[in-house]
Design a protein around this ligand. Structure first.
Ligand code: FEO
Length: 403
């Protein structure tokens, strides 16, 4: 794909990773992009680089615009290797006058590349530098999602280069939000938030408030992954605002694993009960759904209902793995419940409830255990529990919407 001019004399020069399928445990089944941007002014600036294996594409794309030696500055908004893998080679080609980064960025660069001789220029939060007709203001975004992370804002262009924030893992030939299917774009953005940023929701919320207080005008957000927001800036900002306060839809997700389909029968009855209360429900078998897709559905669900039979005095390993993942990401403001079949000991339900309790889920139900294979009365009990959860979801979401 060619270098794309996103604003006058500002170009996308990143790389498209069509083959990426697993991003440290996040299923990227449609690939991703590593976005980098080249700004031509009195000073020529490169914002971020790409993953090491794609440095050839990246350098080729830059050379279509200018010789890399014409670049004056490199800005490192984030040190994770998907954005700095190609940095050592770029520094050799560019011999930059300055490498701008946060104070934590400098530490992280030294820890990754062990190069004391690079021309680091540590910037203070809020500091601006002049490039000629334009300037760059650096906005500290510590822990979004690494300690080094920062944004670069170009006020003359109302352009926010937002590092990982507002990204999506989606490889496309298109570069802008209005060139692709919008609902698919938002589903990738939601998945990205759920798997990368959910843990840092309180910081996201604070950042959004700070940006509003600063009064900075934004008409384009250029993240380091996926499509650039130019027609739907307000919509992605609103979505981030909602996700950051754990706002939910009238929706529940029933997540389960099963050995001989008894817990699956219970899962279906619970889901049926939820849905009978006019609440949307997703039924997700952990044998068939990747944990990163399950957590995406958790993001905007009010209730999370977990099902597992008991194996070796515990829950099934896939459920344990999912709960480790979900606990780490800290989804908030959820109603939880648990159920499962068992043969003789039956600890799984208690264990799943215990983890949800640690996560501060509201747990209005004691949970349901069924010995071996459920019969009609057992499934009726599951359905009734589903109905009670469905009503609780409906009431909770209605209360939230009235506020
Ligand atoms: Fe896209 Fe945190 O790296």
């Amino acid at each position: 794909m060619k270098a794309t001019e996103i604003k006058k004399d500002i170009f996308w020069v990143g790389a498209i990773d069509w083959n990426m399928r697993d991003f440290h445990g996040y299923s990227t089944y449609k690939g991703t992009t590593y976005n980098a941007f080249l700004l031509k002014d009195d000073k020529v600036v490169l914002f971020d680089t790409v993953k090491k294996n794609l440095k050839g594409d990246f350098v080729h794309r830059i050379r279509s615009l200018l010789d890399p030696s014409q670049i004056d500055y490199i800005v490192v908004n984030h040190v994770e290797m998907d954005h700095t893998g190609a940095l050592p080679e770029m520094i050799d080609l560019v011999r930059p006058e300055k490498i701008f980064c946060s104070s934590m960025g400098k530490k992280a660069l030294l820890s990754h590349f062990h190069r004391e001789d690079w021309p680091y220029e540590v910037v203070e939060p809020g500091q601006s530098i002049s490039l000629g007709k334009r300037s760059v203001r650096f906005i500290e975004t510590r822990m979004l999602h690494w300690p080094d992370s920062m944004f670069s804002y170009i006020p003359e262009e109302k352009l926010l280069i937002s590092s990982d924030a507002f990204g999506q893992h989606w490889a496309t030939s298109e570069r802008f939000d209005d060139e692709v299917d919008f609902s698919e774009l938002m589903s990738h953005a939601a998945k990205y938030y759920a798997n990368i940023l959910l843990l840092y929701s309180s910081l996201v919320n604070r950042l959004l408030n700070n940006v509003a207080e600063m009064g900075i005008e934004i008409d384009m957000i250029a993240p380091d992954h996926g499509l650039i927001w130019r027609s739907s800036v307000d919509r992605i900002l609103k979505a981030y605002s909602d996700w950051s306060v754990h706002k939910a839809k009238r929706k529940a997700v029933v997540v389960y694993d099963t050995m001989w389909h008894s817990t699956e029968m219970m899962a279906k009855a619970v889901a049926d009960g939820i849905n009978r209360e006019d609440v949307s429900v997703m039924l997700m078998n952990l044998q068939k759904n990747h944990r990163s897709d399950v957590i995406t559905e958790v993001l905007d669900s009010r209730a999370v209902v977990l099902g597992s039979p008991t194996l070796n005095n515990g829950m099934l390993p896939r459920m344990a793995a999912f709960l480790t993942y979900m606990k780490g990401l800290k989804p908030g403001n959820k109603i939880g419940a648990a159920f499962g079949s068992y043969g003789w000991s039956g600890e799984a339900v208690k264990q799943m409830r215990g983890i949800m309790e640690e996560m501060k889920f509201e747990l209005p139900e004691p949970g349901i255990r069924v010995r071996y294979v459920p019969e009609h009365p057992d499934l009726t009990e599951c359905l009734e529990m589903g109905r009670r959860i469905g009503r609780a979801v409906r009431e909770s979401v209605s209360r939230e919407n009235e506020q």
